[in-house]
Design a protein around this ligand. Structure first.
Ligand SMILES: NC(=O)c1ccc[n+]([C@@H]2O[C@H](COP(=O)([O-])OP(=O)(O)OC[C@H]3O[C@@H](n4cnc5c(N)ncnc54)[C@H](O)[C@@H]3O)[C@@H](O)[C@H]2O)c1
Length: 263
């Protein structure tokens, strides 16, 4: 990892080897793919989730990587401080944080008028307060050790109007704004903070959508297919490994959906 003031790195030296990454949502989907990718690039990975991450840890270890399962409920400040203490005790530091854990509203219709307060609170607590608490938990240590990198997972719903995603788009728009704000505050301490806005990615989060919705989602991308979790993981790895001149962005990884016209 380089600080913004480091000399231009030799690309052959770009590596995550020996760095320590904390990845939330690591039990499945994009978080799991991110944990596996960062470990394959040589990072020690803390696989954090409210659910058991033993399978992810097992996969990383079988591939010769270094990983540890860490329990976290991203909605709770006390859980974050315990998780970070656990990672620091095991691996010595946190260099990289990927805030991937998230939910969509399955409790009620997700429109402004159809939403329940409970559903709103749950989505905002997980998808917006969670990344805030995560950044708050790791940034002081990153400042102390001279720098760090953070990637938050936003969504195309932060950038475009989409059906039935009112609470989700509010949370993910908040993530984009908070990412920009945090980047502004902490770049001077060499903590670089970006977000990714995925298109529709084929993960268990899509379990309850109809085949018709799945096809419509695939067709919405210029590449006319759903994204793969590994394609988001690879962008996270890029920000961590090589993104020394990148901060405050919300970068679409969406098969061209966000640049599509109405033809
Ligand atoms: N899949 C998509 O199409 C898509 C598109 C845009 C953005 N995203 C975002 O990407 C992220 C990952 O999505 P995914 O598709 O892999 O979802 P997923 O449902 O497959 O995985 C989400 C993970 O987050 C964990 N989680 C949920 N609540 C938690 C909590 N309170 N504390 C800790 N962990 C918790 C779950 O246990 C699960 O392992 C989410 O933030 C999601 O909003 C997904």
């Amino acid at each position: 990892m380089t600080s913004p003031e480091s000399p231009v790195p030799d690309p052959r030296d770009a590596t995550l080897a020996g760095s320590v990454a904390l990845v939330t949502g690591a039990a499945q989907g994009i978080g799991r793919a991110t944990a596996v990718r960062l470990a394959a690039e040589g990072a020690h990975v803390a696989c954090a989730d409210i659910r058991d991450t033993a399978d992810t840890v097992k996969q990383i270890e079988a591939d010769g990587g270094s990983a540890r399962g860490v329990w976290v409920d991203v909605r709770r400040a006390d859980a974050w401080s315990e998780a970070v203490d656990d990672v620091v005790a095991a691996f010595g530091r946190v260099d990289l944080l990927a805030n991937v854990a998230g939910v969509v509203n399955l409790q009620s219709e997700d429109t402004v008028t159809g939403l329940t307060e409970e559903a709103w609170d749950e989505v905002i607590a997980t998808d917006l307060k969670g990344p805030w608490l995560g950044m708050r938990a790791v940034i002081p240590g990153m400042i102390e050790q001279g720098g760090g990198r953070i990637v938050n997972i936003s969504s195309l719903a932060a950038l475009r109007g989409l059906p039935n995603l009112a609470s989700y788009s509010a949370a993910k728009g908040g993530v984009a704004a908070l990412t920009r704000q945090a980047a502004f505050e902490y770049a001077r301490h060499h903590v670089l903070i970006n977000a990714i806005a995925p298109g529709t990615i084929d993960t268990p989060i899509l379990a309850d959508i109809t085949p018709e919705m799945r096809q419509a989602n695939a067709d919405a991308h210029l590449v006319r297919r759903l994204g793969r979790p590994e394609e988001i993981a690879s962008m996270v790895a890029y920000f961590f490994r090589e993104g020394a001149f990148l901060t405050g962005l919300t970068y679409p990884v969406d098969g061209g959906w966000s640049v599509k016209g109405n033809f």
